[in-house]
Design a protein around this ligand. Structure first.
Ligand code: DGL
Length: 290
């Protein structure tokens, strides 16, 4: 799985790393614990088609969702540094678990803008909810951090939030079992626990980068359990819009499509998995050690 090298990007000098270059020709950096973050790249390529993107999947150490906050923070800092060393002008944390547990440390480590998944997800949920009853599903690490709880309470203290960890949804999405009887059964088992706690939930946040692949099933099951329409939102689109806004005049508005350079710490199964999340064919991943 060869890939062009990223040598056309000049790595920022140490003095530039302390500032925000925001130059059009520098790429945007995106990282995730694995391939799920490609759902964010997909949204980014729609919102900012001219931008070059450098993606890193820490596939050798996935999952982050079951690890301690300290480990997630340590791994996330390593991922971000890899992107900074490639001269990125902005970092998108396309992993809810890393966003929930490591955002302050990641922002502290650089002056380029660092955008996490939780704030955009919380904002989308509040825009979608009619009665302020929100459900969040994610990994154990995301739910335990209560990052969505804090982000939603900061914007609307009256909103009622119910959260649930749904660890089986990640392997289901990777296996491609996203719209069949097994996906329905698993979704029903998890979401029943959520709607028992609050039958009035009218908005469900997919607080994990893998879950957008299961959005249809989750939407159908949520509507069935709630017996009313439940809005399903995820962070990807809102993160891309936030990136566009943060770049402002620094966005690359050329008419040709930007490059996508993908790196991974393990390349097993990526040929099969990555296009599923990106929604388009990929030239390949370059194997790297962090
Ligand atoms: N990327 C993770 C997230 O969005 C899911 C996979 C994992 O547990 O690492 O939370």
């Amino acid at each position: 799985m060869g890939q062009e090298s990223t040598s056309s990007y000049r790595t920022l000098s140490s003095s530039e790393k302390g500032t925000n270059p925001m130059t059009k020709r520098h790429p945007i950096g995106v990282f995730d614990s694995g391939v799920g973050g490609l759902t964010v790249v997909r949204a980014l390529r729609t919102a900012l088609p001219g931008e070059d993107i450098v993606y890193l999947g820490d596939t050798a150490r996935v999952p982050y969702g079951s690890k301690s906050p300290r480990t997630v923070e340590k791994y996330s800092l390593g991922c971000q540094q890899f992107l900074l060393d490639r001269g990125v002008k902005m970092v998108l944390i396309a992993c809810n678990t890393a966003s929930a547990n490591a955002l302050p440390a990641l922002q502290e480590a650089t002056r380029v803008p660092v955008i996490g998944a939780v704030e955009p997800g919380a904002t989308s949920a509040l825009a979608a909810t009619k009665h302020g009853h929100i459900g969040v599903i994610g990994t154990l690490g995301t739910v335990r951090s209560n990052a969505y709880g804090r982000a939603i309470a900061a914007r609307d203290p009256a909103a009622k939030l119910t959260q649930l960890a749904c660890p089986l949804l990640v392997p289901l999405a990777e296996e491609g079992w996203t719209d069949d009887d097994i996906a329905m059964l698993v979704a029903r088992r998890y979401l029943t626990q959520l709607f028992v706690q609050d039958p009035a939930i009218d908005t469900l946040v997919l607080g994990c980068t893998h879950y957008p692949l299961l959005a249809n099933v989750l939407h159908r099951v949520a509507n069935e359990l709630a017996k009313h329409e439940v809005a399903v939102v995820d962070s990807a689109g809102a993160m891309a819009e936030m990136a566009k806004e943060a770049l402002g005049s620094g966005a690359n508005r050329r008419s040709t499509a930007g490059r996508l350079d993908c790196f991974a710490t393990d390349t097993s199964r990526l040929d099969e998995l990555a296009p599923r999340f990106l929604g388009e064919p990929l030239t390949g991943f370059e194997l790297v050690d962090l």
